[in-house]
Every structure is written in structure tokens, then in C-alpha cells.
Write a protein that binds this ligand. Structure first.
Ligand code: FAD
Length: 288
């Protein structure tokens, strides 16, 4: 099995303790030489300044290629593009461009009066600046707001045709789900990179709730396995095994890039990466 190219997603820290945890996560995972790491943008645009600061600090201090998430929520076009400009000024070349989820308590996305109406408009505006490599979200289990699977894929094609270079998927539990999606994308004429998003399950209850919220199908065998593992106090072992098997099946099916949702907890992601043959790259000059 050839080791995959990997990338890691972090969220911006909200307090000092969380800052240390993020730094720990970066220290643990950076030696695995990720293609890029990305920093999320809080739902409703709530972490705008934190995301900007975390992206700039990580970029400057870690030497990693840092991708900044950016959404259309709660901001005018001018404000959103000003943030993108700040990312560019900090040396950031990669953006994960999203419509975004509304703030907590608001059921559906409502565009700002002077804002981007949807992700395609945001992507077009970012592409017009000619400053960024643009990544977008994709949904193998179908986005809850999509009319149907085909409409979801047609919309993804519009996002990629608008100037995005790569799709990063929402997490899913079975490799077949991704393969079906990849085939349907190819059939729709999508020929750009589609990278599976992988969630190592650090906390089953939290992952299950998150999956339900974003429409990710939870197979019964996964529910049953976690019920037993929770009862027997071996959730971590199961999570590592399930995640490694999923990644290994994806690689066997031709996938060569994986994007890990780390939730700023590095251990499981590190263990899975090691099991897949992604090992720390030791700089020999530093060893001498
Ligand atoms: P879109 O793909 O634009 O829309 C979602 C779906 O709605 C589409 O798949 C399509 O089926 C339908 N749709 C929307 N508009 C139209 C239209 N005009 N015509 C037809 N169909 C339409 N959220 C955050 O708040 N911050 C983050 O940092 C963040 N990071 C993420 C990273 C990844 C890799 C992924 C997959 C998701 C992330 N999200 C984040 C969640 C994301 O914001 C939500 O899933 C949101 O509901 C959709 O954003 P999108 O850009 O993918 O939307």
C-alpha cells in the first residue's frame, strides 16, 4: 500500500488552554509533512478574527502550507473579500471557500443584504483575484439541503467550474459511499481532485450527533460496534481500527489523498497515519 498524501483540519482556539492544545496538535502532526493544514471559520462567522490570527500565526511559525476557511455568512461582499485580502497579505495561498452554516438557532442560510448569495458567487470572486488555490466542500452522503443526489453533484460541478481546484468531502463511514460519489462525479464530467474527509472518532456521542446534524448516514454495524466498545471501555481501540480500515479501503480503491478532521486532538489521527505508512519525516540535519 502506498502511503497517501495527507492534510489536517484544525479549529481556531478560543482561549489560552485551547491555544496550547492546538500548538500540541501541530507539533504532533507537522512532522508527517502534510500537503496543507486548514483552519475552520466558526459557524455564523463567529471566529472571524480568531481564524485570521490562527492562520497567520501558524503560517509564520510552523512553515506549513495553511489553508484558511472562509464563509459567506453574516458579512458583506466587501468585508468577506477584505478578509481574503488579509489572508493573502499574510502569505496564505489556499482558501476553503464555503457558503457556511448559519449562526446557532437560525434554521437556514440567509444571505447578508450586501453579501454573497451562495458559495458559487464567493468562489467566482476569489478566483477573480487570481491569488488563491480554492478548495470547496462536497457531500458523499448528500447535503441536507440538496434536492437530490444529482442536484448536489451538479452544484458541486458549478463550484469547481467557478474556479475551485479541489473538493474536500464531509466525513462518511464506508468507503463504498465515497466510491459511489466519485463515480457519480466522474459521470457528471467532474475531473478535479476530490479528497475524502476523514473523521477519526475521538468521541462517539459527539460524532453521532454531528453525523445526524449534517446528514451523514450511520451504518447499523458502526452503531452496534461503538455501543459494545463504550460498554467495555475500548472506544479508542475501535475508533483507530475503524478509521484505519476505512482509509485502507479508500487507498485500495485508488485514493491517494486524505483530509483528516483532527478536532485539535492529534493522537488518533497520528496513530491512523502511522498505520497507513505515513511516518514522521526526520530532518537529518537536525538529528546530527
Ligand atoms: P454549498 O455547496 O454551496 O451548498 C450546500 C448544498 O446546498 C449544495 O451541496 C447544494 O446541494 C445546495 N445548494 C446550495 N445553494 C444552492 C443553489 N443556489 N442551487 C442549488 N443547490 C444549492 N462550516 C463553517 O461554518 N465553517 C467552516 O470552516 C466549515 N468548514 C467546512 C469544511 C468542509 C471540508 C466541509 C465539507 C464543510 C465545512 N463547513 C464549514 C460546513 C458547511 O459550511 C456546511 O455544510 C454548509 O451548510 C454548506 O456549505 P457549502 O459551501 O458546502 O455549501
Amino acid at each position: 500500500m502506498t502511503a497517501p498524501d495527507i492534510s489536517f483540519e484544525f479549529f481556531p482556539p478560543q482561549n489560552l488552554e485551547a491555544s496550547f492544545r492546538l500548538w500540541d496538535t501541530v507539533q504532533t502532526l507537522a512532522p508527517m509533512d502534510p500537503r496543507f493544514v486548514s483552519v475552520t471559520y466558526g459557524a455564523g462567522g463567529t471566529t472571524r478574527d480568531l481564524t485570521r490570527d490562527a492562520v497567520a500565526t501558524l503560517h509564520k511559525s510552523s512553515g506549513l502550507n495553511v489553508a484558511a476557511h472562509l464563509t459567506c455568512v453574516n458579512a458583506s461582499k466587501a468585508e468577506t473579500l477584505a478578509i481574503a485580502d488579509q489572508f493573502a497579505a499574510a502569505g496564505v495561498t489556499d482558501i476553503v471557500a464555503l457558503r457556511g452554516d448559519p449562526p446557532k438557532g437560525e434554521g437556514q442560510f440567509t444571505p447578508h443584504a450586501d453579501g454573497f448569495a451562495n458559495s458559487v458567487e464567493l468562489i467566482e470572486a476569489l478566483a477573480a483575484t487570481d491569488k488563491f488555490n480554492i478548495h470547496v466542500g462536497a457531500y458523499p452522503d448528500i447535503h441536507p439541503e440538496a434536492q437530490n443526489a444529482q442536484a448536489d453533484i451538479d452544484w458541486l460541478k458549478r463550484k469547481l467550474d467557478a474556479g475551485a481546484n479541489e473538493a474536500l468531502t464531509q466525513f462518511f463511514f464506508e468507503a463504498e459511499t465515497f466510491f459511489r460519489f466519485r463515480d457519480a462525479c466522474a459521470k457528471a464530467g467532474i475531473d478535479k481532485q476530490i479528497t475524502p474527509g476523514i473523521l477519526p472518532i475521538e468521541n462517539w456521542k459527539g460524532a453521532r450527533n454531528f453525523a445526524r446534524r449534517c446528514g451523514t448516514t450511520i451504518p447499523k454495524w458502526v452503531e452496534d460496534a461503538f455501543d459494545k466498545a463504550t460498554r467495555d471501555g475500548r472506544e479508542d481501540l475501535l475508533a483507530t481500527a475503524i478509521c484505519t480500515e476505512l482509509c485502507s479501503d479508500l487507498i485500495d480503491g485508488g485514493v491517494d489523498k486524505l483530509h483528516f478532521y483532527t478536532l485539535n486532538r492529534p493522537e488518533l489521527t497520528r496513530d491512523v497515519c502511522h498505520a497507513l505508512g505515513v511516518v514522521p519525516k526526520v530532518d537529518l540535519q537536525n538529528v546530527a
